[in-house]
Design a protein around this ligand. Structure first.
Ligand code: FES
Length: 179
C-alpha cells in the first residue's frame, strides 16, 4: 500500500469491511435527508461521504461501513465511489489540504519546482502532513483550469497561475485557519 495520504488508497486492514463507527445523529439526519431527494438512496453516496468528511475531517473505514449500511450498499461499493472522487480523504489529513496539480499543462508550466520548493518550505514530503497538523500536501490530477497553470487548491480555493513565492505565502497565510 502506498504511503501517500489517501484520496484513493486502499483501506488499511484486511478486515476493514467489518469495522463500524456509527454515524452521529447529525450525520445520519443529513445523509437521510440528502438520500430522500433521489429515487435510489445510493445516488447520494458522494454527498454522504462529504457529510462525514465535513464532520470528521476524513472518512474512516468504520464511517464508510456505516454509510454503506445507511444507503443499503456494500462497503466495497461505497469505497469505489470514495476512491473515484479524489477529494474524499480515507486517512486523517491536516486542517488545510493543499493539492498541487501534476497533470501535463501544470507540469510544463512549473509543477515540479512548485512542489519541490513548497515541500522544502514546509519540511514535509508530498503525501504527508506537517508535524503541527496544519497542512497536508497532495498531488492531484488536472483540476480543469489548465489555462491558469500551474494551479493548486488551497483548502477549497483554486489558485493560479502561481509562482513559488505566491504559493508559499498563501500556505503560510492559511496556517492556523481553515479555508
Ligand atoms: S493540467 Fe493542471 S489544471 Fe489542467
Amino acid at each position: 500500500m502506498s504511503d501517500l495520504i489517501a484520496t484513493n488508497a486502499m483501506p488499511g486492514t484486511s478486515n476493514w469491511r467489518e469495522a463500524i463507527d456509527p454515524l452521529t445523529d447529525a450525520e445520519r439526519l443529513e445523509i437521510e435527508h440528502l438520500a430522500s431527494h433521489y429515487p435510489r438512496a445510493q445516488a447520494a453516496t458522494i454527498e454522504a461521504l462529504k457529510v462525514v468528511q465535513e464532520y470528521q475531517g476524513w472518512v474512516s473505514d468504520g464511517k464508510l461501513k456505516a454509510i454503506a449500511d445507511t444507503l443499503g450498499m456494500s462497503p466495497d461499493e461505497v469505497d469505489s465511489v470514495a476512491t473515484f472522487y479524489n477529494r474524499i480523504y480515507r486517512r486523517p489529513v491536516g486542517k488545510t489540504v493543499v493539492t498541487i496539480c501534476d497533470s501535463v499543462s501544470c507540469w510544463i508550466m512549473g509543477y515540479r519546482e512548485l512542489q519541490e520548493k513548497l515541500c522544502a518550505h514546509l519540511d514535509t514530503p508530498l503525501g504527508k502532513t506537517t508535524p503541527d497538523g496544519e497542512i497536508t500536501l497532495l498531488p492531484t490530477p488536472c483540476l480543469g483550469a489548465c489555462d491558469r497553470a500551474p494551479v493548486a487548491m488551497v483548502g477549497e480555493k483554486l489558485v493560479g497561475p502561481l509562482n513559488v513565492d505566491e504559493l508559499k505565502a498563501l500556505v503560510d497565510q492559511v496556517r492556523g485557519q481553515k479555508l
